[in-house]
Ligand binder design. Structure first.
Ligand SMILES: CCCCCCCCCC/C=C\CC(=O)SCCNC(=O)CCNC(=O)[C@H](O)C(C)(C)COP(=O)(O)OP(=O)(O)OC[C@H]1O[C@@H](n2cnc3c(N)ncnc32)[C@H](O)[C@@H]1OP(=O)(O)O
Length: 280
């Protein structure tokens, strides 16, 4: 695939520039006035995080980081789904080399988003289960539209959220609530998420959500950027370092777990249920 790390200007609309690294599954639009970059996931039908979307996410995050944007807003081009989480097809009957690359890329995305020196916010304009919730909770602020759901539902699928998923969740929720929600595999409605503190605000449209995210990011306008970035880094350093130290181990654990016949069987049943539901 043709991909260059050099930032290129491919279109202009209003005060925003659409930047691209020739990726297809994400777009990055920078508001010329505010310097805030909006990173949009656009993999049909549900923004399932497969290897390619993860690669594009990583490229876009790096691009925003190196372009010294004033902030990053993560959102989706889908009107009802922020991200359906990991693409289960990547984990079901996996191909040996591809699943290694897939998990390694997910680690990369988390390290860059959770550890980003740029302030981050998520405009959650749709459902956000599992990996979708991981992305949202890796950001510093969340604004969500009503009538959607968010949460780490892994136990409902018979899988286990790794430690670093928990780190993001725990950076938002108190331990007692995080532990209970994870054990239950609980999905929260927008209203419940607001009440528990899993999201910070609600909005009635995607535009309003993006505006509220931009307003949050604007609160850093008068703060020294280096002091802010180093402060954020100190809060997150232990979590980031833990995964850095255990990356190989984490990959091997994932591969061992996912290849268990019982886990494969469970994923197969879950997928079948999703497909049946989609046909109705
Ligand atoms: C000790 C430590 C060991 C460590 C071990 C680690 C183990 C692994 C950890 C993995 C961590 C994270 C896991 C995940 O992220 S798993 C994914 C979880 N996601 C979900 O459960 C969401 C499932 N999807 C839905 O609930 C709904 O689709 C939706 C997102 C609410 C959207 O609903 P909708 O009605 O608008 O769309 P729907 O008709 O359901 O779907 C359209 C098509 O998309 C397919 N699809 C949906 N979600 C996924 C998915 N996550 N992966 C792949 N495919 C998905 C669905 O099947 C439909 O397909 P089709 O049109 O029938 O072909």
């Amino acid at each position: 695939m043709l991909r260059t790390k050099v930032l290129s200007l491919v279109a202009r609309s209003g005060p925003s520039r659409l930047m691209s690294t020739a990726t297809k599954l994400t777009t990055v639009e920078v508001n010329d006035k505010t310097g805030i970059a909006t990173l949009t996931m656009c993999r049909a039908p549900v923004n399932g995080l497969n290897l390619e979307l993860l690669k594009d996410l990583k490229t876009s995050i790096d691009e925003i980081e190196s372009n010294k944007s004033r902030g990053l807003i993560l959102t989706s081009s889908n009107a009802t789904i922020f991200s359906a989480g990991l693409d289960i097809m990547e984990m079901y009957n996996p191909e040996k080399e591809r699943i290694r690359a897939f998990w390694t890329q997910l680690q990369e995305v988390w390290l860059s988003l959770y550890g980003s020196s740029v302030p981050t916010a998520a405009a959650i304009n749709g459902h956000s289960p599992a990996g979708g919730c991981l992305l949202a909770t890796s950001c510093e602020y969340r604004v969500m539209l009503p009538k959607f759901t968010i949460g780490l539902n892994e136990t409902q699928l018979g899988i286990v959220a790794p430690k670093w998923f928990m780190s993001s969740f725990l950076s938002v929720l108190p331990q007692r609530q995080a532990e209970r929600a994870l054990n239950q595999g609980r999905m929260f409605s927008t209203e419940e998420a607001l009440q528990i503190g899993l999201i910070d605000e609600t909005a009635t449209s995607k535009e309003e959500a993006v505006e509220k995210c931009a307003a949050f990011l604007g609160t850093f306008a008068r703060v020294n950027p280096l002091a802010r970035a180093l402060t954020k880094q100190q809060f997150r350093a232990a979590d980031l370092q833990q995964l850095e130290n255990e990356r190989k181990d984490d990959l091997e654990k994932f591969l061992f777990f996912i290849n268990q016949p019982a886990v494969q069987k469970g994923l197969g049943i879950y997928l079948e249920g999703l497909k049946k539901k989609a046909k109705k």
